[in-house]
Design a protein around this ligand. Structure first.
Ligand SMILES: [Zn+2]
Ligand SMILES: [Zn+2]
Length: 53
């Protein structure tokens, strides 16, 4: 079972408490918990360094 971490807050992600989205710049998948998504915390793509809301 794969376990991902929220890219914004580092929380473990499991079940349905997260969303994944492709990086707008490079397409790398980014995982975020729904809390961070709701709060619009910023994230940083580890692949290309892109930052976004
Ligand atoms: Zn988070
Ligand atoms: Zn990227």
């Amino acid at each position: 079972m794969d376990i991902y971490s929220c890219i914004s807050c580092g929380a473990n992600l499991f079940g349905t408490n997260y969303v994944k989205l492709p990086c707008p710049a490079c397409g790398e998948l980014i995982y975020r918990c729904k809390r961070c998504r709701k709060l619009a915390n910023s994230y940083r793509c580890e692949n290309c360094g892109f930052t976004g809301p």
